[in-house]
Design a protein around this ligand. Sequence first.
Ligand SMILES: [Zn+2]
Length: 441
Amino acid sequence: MKTSFKFRPLVGLLFLSTLLATAARPQSKPPTVDKSNIASPIAILAGRLIDVRTGDVTINAYIVVENDRISRIVATAPAGMKLIDLSKYTVVPGLIDCHAHLLGNPKDQSAMSGLRMSSGQAAIWGVHNVTIWLDHGFTALRDAGESDIGYGQLALRNSIERGLIRGPRMVSAGNFVSLTGGHGDADLLAPDKSLPRAPNMADTVDEVSVAVRRDIKFGADWIKLMATGGVMDPISDYTVQELSQEQMAKAVEIAHRAGKKVMAHAEGSEGIKAAVRAGVDSIEHGTVLDEEGAKLMEQHGTWLVPTLFCFQHDMETGLSQGRDPASFAKGVAIINEQGPAFKRALDHHLKIAYGLDDDPDFVSKEFGALVRGGMTPIEALKAATINGAELMGRSKDIGSIEPGKYADIVAVDGDPLSDITVMEKVRFVMKGGEVYKPVAQ
Ligand SMILES: [Zn+2]
């Protein structure tokens, strides 16, 4: 009796400290997105189901989803399953944007925007931006690099994968590997006000090695090289090749050895050719692609992500979103190059994937631009589905509505094979069996 009385305060203290420790300790399991809206198995009645491989359309097909994957596609209603009725719509696979930039405010085009925003604020913009991609039916995307040396885009990718936030499936580049004063040099200040040299600056072959290894160290899936100058910055010249072929070949060697891929921002024709010869996996933009470059890309099997709409959109927004006049003048100069270049790409049957490179509010607009540029509607749909999946290296899991793949399923109002712009009318979005955008009742 005496003994237990003596020990009581200690027991109380232990209890209190356990309570406090429990409250302070982070949960070992991260909180996950509420998946209570997944009823499994579930059947989706597709009024018109487009097979993006063949272009064939099936009327009234039932897609059976079990957990996060498609288990089968049947002609009659499976018994005893909850039904999602998309009989009024055309059903396509979840869409894929292969040229996205996630961080920051997409409506601020001022040259100083990146210098006036913290990494944290840019990442929070990213959390918001990814929901816009999802809302437009884009259930997967490839981040085409960011200038955040803290890699907010990789944190976003990882957080989506862990279920901390909602967003499309992602693969991501690291920082822009760039020459000093090149398209990826974010330091736009006067020489006597300069920022410390950023780790993505690479003026020699050895510096490329270091920059690429840093991206890989911190988890990038892709390396982004600046092969030429660009349009959006106020200092570089898009016709000029920037990284040398030797520098790009070193980046490719290191990335491929580590199982990573390489994309090259390339607008001027010489930079495109040097990047292709260096062995990059994809050319981004290819806006001034010449005949020799198109032939080289065909021979090497290099992908093209043409990003046509963003250049056209620039002509509409003009200086209204804080755009630097020097940058806008470059946009005006390059706009007439893209039509003939894209025609060359089509003539040479290049592998083409869909990419926006713009404000996600406009992500569906690239469909119209691709078809106006000469693609058929089914080719544009392939670019945004099976082709994107192949470029991302995710063909086993996404890109088509087939048994075994993730249930990434989108419905649009109308027939995209006769009018591709109905891809702007997304009425239903499912990612991994979870409904992100339900049909309006
Ligand atoms: Zn870009």
